[in-house]
Each structure stands twice: as structure tokens, then as C-alpha cells.
Ligand binder design. Structure first.
Ligand SMILES: NC(=O)c1ccc[n+]([C@@H]2O[C@H](COP(=O)([O-])OP(=O)(O)OC[C@H]3O[C@@H](n4cnc5c(N)ncnc54)[C@H](O)[C@@H]3O)[C@@H](O)[C@H]2O)c1
Length: 252
């Protein structure tokens, strides 16, 4: 493919099949809605599909899956391929913050759960969709990391470690797949106001907002728009990169 830009299309994802994990609410739902608006048929995979307000959005497929369970992920890939034909775009968005504690008091079971959802879940989903993407020589994987993964965040060490792991995994996979037609990137948002913040304390949230130079939280539609661009044809020569969406907080 040449580096010349095609004219802007109103439905740049027409004909594509996209999966959004954790898409029943929050950033995942906004992303599913945006990808659908851009022409993709969208499958939502979520541990709790009942969270989806079906009046707000009707995906092409809504499946119950726990990304920590490889067998459940493999089963939902088969279900998605049977219903929609294939997976062209995978958005690894499912995530939890875990509790707020200094590391020396951090509950070991919470550590394992946060790593299982935020990092091993990404591995499971990539592991399951990549054979099909490699065979078709086409695919886009976008994982939702966090600025915590770049900077570290006191008292949510498991979350920061998992999100840093996602950035490392993105770089490794991108190099393994560079000649295959499959591009692998991630995004690192600063804090956005979603249900995810319920596990955090008001002081923690206020401090996070105070570190954002633009003085506000990220909008979920802003994060979705960036993911949609990375998933689309205009992003054709970038792989292994983590895109910041941080209101000026990230300086590297
Ligand atoms: N909200 C923020 O400030 C922020 C900032 C940076 C990154 N992120 C990341 O964005 C992603 C989405 O966050 P959000 O704020 O929309 O959270 P949210 O809690 O509103 O939504 C998370 C979704 O993931 C699903 N989920 C959780 N565990 C799952 C599992 N094991 N298997 C399948 N689905 C599962 C939940 O049911 C829910 O629908 C997460 O990866 C989060 O770490 C969020």
C-alpha cells in the first residue's frame, strides 16, 4: 500500500466486523457506537451484557464472555465468526481498576484479578482472533491501556502494572505481525468519568483531575473517535504505538 491518502470517507469501516470487549457501557459502549456509525458491524463481548441499554445501541451481536477465561474467549470467537463471518477489528477494552491501597497492603487476590482482566484478558482475545486475521492478512487490534501504564499511579499498582504490560505486549505483537497486514496499537487515556471510577476514592479522583493540564476529564466520545481512526484505513503505517489522549498530561 502506498503512503498516499485516500479521500475521506463518511463510512470508513463499511464492510468491517469489529469486536469491542467490555462494550456494554462506558468507553467500550462509546467505541462500539462510533465504530457502528463509521460503518462496521459491531459485536460486544462483555462479562455482564445486561449492563447494555439496548434502547441506546443494538450491536450486531451481544455475547457474554469473561476475558479472563481462554475457553470462553475461544467460544465467543467461534460464535462471532459464525454470526458475522470474521473479526477484522478487535478493541481490547474490558478492564477493572481494583482497589486503592499502597503495595505493601495490596490484597494478593485483587492483584491477580486486576492482572487477569487487564493484561491476561488482552492476551486471550489477541491469541484467539489472530489466526483468522493472519490467514486473511488483515486486522486491526487496539487495546485500551491508560496513562497509569506510562507514568505509574500510586496506590493502584496492579492496574498500572497491567496497563504497562499492555503497552509492552502491543509493541511485541506489532513487531511479530509487521509483515502480516495486522496492525497492533493501543491508546492511553487520562481519566474519564465512567462507572470504573466507583472503585476509587473522591480524593484520588480529584488529584487525577488536577494533573490534567486542560483541567477536565477525557470525554468517552473523544477516546472512541481516536480508536475509530486507528481502526480505519487512514491509519496504515503506524503499529506498536500507544496514542495518548490525556489533555496535555503526557509529555512523551
Ligand atoms: N475511565 C477512565 O478514567 C479510564 C482511563 C484510562 C483507561 N481506562 C480503561 O478503559 C477501559 C474501559 O473503562 P471504563 O471506564 O469504560 O469502565 P467501565 O467499568 O464503565 O466498563 C468496563 C466494562 O468492562 C466489562 N468487564 C469487566 N471485566 C470484564 C471481564 N473479565 N470480561 C469481560 N468484560 C468485562 C464490564 O462489565 C464493563 O461493561 C478499561 O480498560 C479501563 O482500564 C479507563
Amino acid at each position: 500500500m502506498s503512503g498516499d491518502r485516500e479521500p475521506l470517507m463518511s463510512k470508513p469501516l463499511e464492510g468491517q466486523v469489529a469486536v469491542v470487549t467490555g462494550g456494554a457501557r462506558g468507553i467500550g459502549l462509546a467505541t462500539a457506537q462510533r465504530l457502528a456509525r463509521d460503518g462496521a458491524r459491531v459485536a460486544i463481548w462483555d462479562r455482564d451484557p445486561g449492563l447494555l441499554d439496548s434502547a441506546a445501541f443494538r450491536p450486531a451481536l451481544l455475547a457474554r464472555v469473561d476475558v479472563t477465561d481462554l475457553a470462553s474467549v475461544q467460544a465467543v470467537v467461534a460464535e462471532t465468526e459464525a454470526a458475522l463471518g470474521r473479526v477484522d477489528i478487535l478493541v481490547n477494552n474490558a478492564g477493572i481498576t481494583g482497589p486503592v491501597h499502597p503495595l505493601w497492603e495490596y490484597p494478593p487476590e485483587a492483584w491477580h484479578q486486576v492482572l487477569a482482566v487487564n493484561l491476561t484478558g488482552v492476551f486471550h482475545c489477541c491469541r484467539a482472533v489472530l489466526p483468522g486475521m493472519r490467514e486473511r492478512r488483515h486486522g486491526r487490534i487496539i487495546s485500551v491501556s491508560s496513562l497509569s501504564g506510562k507514568e505509574g499511579t500510586p496506590e493502584i499498582g496492579a492496574y498500572a502494572a497491567a496497563k504497562a504490560g499492555v503497552i509492552g505486549l502491543t509493541k511485541s505483537m506489532a513487531r511479530e505481525l509487521a509483515g502480516s497486514g495486522v496492525l497492533v496499537n493501543s491508546v492511553a487515556p487520562a481519566m474519564a468519568e465512567t462507572e470504573l471510577l466507583q472503585a476509587l476514592t473522591p480524593d484520588f479522583i480529584a488529584a487525577a483531575k488536577g494533573r490534567i493540564p486542560m483541567g477536565r476529564f477525557a470525554g468517552i466520545a473523544e477516546i472512541a473517535a481516536m480508536i475509530a481512526w486507528i481502526a480505519g484505513p487512514d491509519c496504515s503505517f503506524t503499529t506498536g504505538f500507544t496514542f495518548d489522549i490525556s489533555g496535555g498530561r503526557a509529555t512523551y
